[in-house]
Design a protein around this ligand. Structure first.
Ligand code: GLV
Length: 317
């Protein structure tokens, strides 16, 4: 039986499944392992099931025992893992695509709605009974007829496009390549970021974090957006330069933001907290029972497939 380390708690049924297939080292206290603890616990293991809170950088990967042959990430994003360093060491890295598309797109749409319709202020006032109906009370931005710019038209971007289109939004997108007509479903392609941003009344950041996308939304690119645009991010905090976005909120260049992901999670830039127009969530993208169960099953199956065949369809390096 292969031995694996599971760095964070999974839902109970997933831990039971893993324990049936592998000799699984569980983290029952759901402690955040330091690098040294993770290395110590991975001794004699054949694989590690990581979460996005594990920083598997080059240094950590180089120190892993030679017995480790796979890192199976419990996420679709794998920016927490240096996949090249893993490849050099002969370690396969896998992720969990598809199963979280719907849940994450739902949160992506919630960010758009919450930011445009001033949900943070509304919730705060409703809880404090501090409001009085009037014709101009908490007037927000209507989605119907607004242009939604999707940065990164992968599975999640396409699902957000579909739902937002049904809300009456006009969909524009930028992606490394243009989609087929069927996948586009009427969305308008822009082959560069500037053109996309200049038509985005609302921006939805959906692309993966990579060397190319780090701080893609920054002081210069924010200026391409129309005045009073709304910026939302359901992908990864690394894609946005927080200081630039907060400055744009301060100057009212940006009307509101809707964020589920941050640099240095869970310590988001405090500059967002002073803005009532910041609709902020604690990285809830994939957080439904169905989705977390399916993600963990897939992360376990990825390991099983890899140990049995030496390969895996969800291998990313
Ligand atoms: C969640 O953020 C994921 O990448 O799976």
């Amino acid at each position: 039986m292969k031995k694996i380390l599971i760095t964070r708690r999974l839902l109970r049924e997933n831990e039971d499944k893993a324990s049936k297939i592998f000799k699984a080292e569980l983290n029952l206290n759901d402690e955040l392992y330091s690098q040294s603890k993770l290395l110590e616990l991975s001794k004699d293991c054949d694989g590690i099931l990581t979460s996005l809170t594990d920083k598997m950088d080059e240094q950590t990967i180089n120190k892993l025992p030679e017995t480790i042959k796979i890192i199976s990430n419990f996420a679709v994003g794998f920016g927490n893992i240096d996949i090249e360093a893993a490849k050099k060491k002969g370690i396969a890295v896998t992720n969990t695509p598809d199963v979280l598309t719907d849940a994450t797109a739902e949160i992506g749409v919630l960010l758009i709605l919450g930011a445009c319709r001033r949900a943070s202020e509304g919730i705060e006032n409703a809880k404090a009974s501090n409001w009085k109906w009037s014709a101009d009370y908490l007037i927000g931005k209507q989605l119907t007829g607004a242009r939604l710019g999707i940065l990164g038209m992968g599975r999640i971007g396409q699902k957000i496009a579909k739902i937002s289109k049904s809300l009456g939004m006009i969909i524009h997108y930028h992606n490394r390549s243009k989609l087929s007509k069927e996948k586009e479903e009427g969305a308008i392609y822009h082959d560069n970021l500037k053109d996309l941003l200049s038509v985005s009344d609302v921006l939805s950041v959906c692309c993966p974090a990579s060397k190319e996308t780090v701080n893609m939304i920054n002081k210069d690119t924010i200026e391409y957006l129309p005045k009073g645009a709304v910026v939302t991010n359901v992908a990864r905090g690394d894609i946005v330069d927080d200081d630039a976005l907060i400055d744009a909120l301060d100057r009212r260049k940006i009307y509101a933001v809707g964020l589920d992901v941050y640099k240095n999670e869970p310590n988001l830039n405090p500059g967002y907290l002073k803005h009532k127009s910041a609709f902020i969530l604690p990285h809830l993208g994939s957080s439904t029972k169905e989705t977390r169960t399916a993600m963990a099953n897939l992360a376990i199956d990825n390991m099983d497939e890899f140990f049995k065949t030496g390969n895996c369809k969800n291998k990313v390096n």
